[in-house]
Design a protein around this ligand. Sequence first.
Ligand SMILES: [Zn+2]
Length: 263
Amino acid sequence: MENIFDTHAHYSSRRFDADRDALLTALPAGGVCGVVECATHSGDARAVLALAHRYPFVYAALGIHPESLIEQDAATVAVYGGDWRAELDALRPLFDDARVVAVGEIGLDRHWPIPEEEQLALFEAQLALAAGLGLPCSIHDREAHAEMYALLRRYRPRGVLHCYSGSAEDARWLAAQGLYFGFGGSATYKNARRAREVLAAVPRERVLLETDCPYMAPEPVRGTRNDSRNIAHVAAAIGTVWGMAPQAVLDLTAQNARDLFGL
Ligand SMILES: [Zn+2]
């Protein structure tokens, strides 16, 4: 396999502390041609940038994830006392770095008890930031479809709905609006009927592959620490829906990633 482009990864996670450099060094030989490494707050943004400078196939996305509003060890809480506006100001100069290709990971999350008004304001501020910088967004939407879609209709950002979990019906208008859809391990799970419906409904030029590693390892390695090489399993699952060879799925989706991120 070659041309594996992982559009959403978290190699800065402490779950890679023991072998991060050995693993990243091994990825190209495992077929990986690109990785968009996503920050979740200002505390990991510099680590994300460092990886993007050390490895030519790694690109950076910077942003404040909604969960950072409540995680005690996130910089949003630990350093800025929940003042995400101050944190976003501090983060802003890092976007001058040429290795930054997106604003992310940003979004809405109603799975965790995150204050509604604050996360909406944080997300809107980052959509405005992305528009001002001319960058696409890597968007997290967990159990918040209605609020998310209202904002996407209003702000019309460029970007990808990472780990897309909405319906095929919504995917059609989101695609028509220019958005991309990220698929990872969950598209290989037994109950992935909805993902298969979406994959059949949207233009193939709008589909991206991703890990969200260290999480979301696909079948047949589900439950293990994930890394970009496992995307080969996701490509195989999508290939069965599209009637395409896994390598053709990888080739197509890698080009889609280059189109969105301007590479
Ligand atoms: Zn993520």
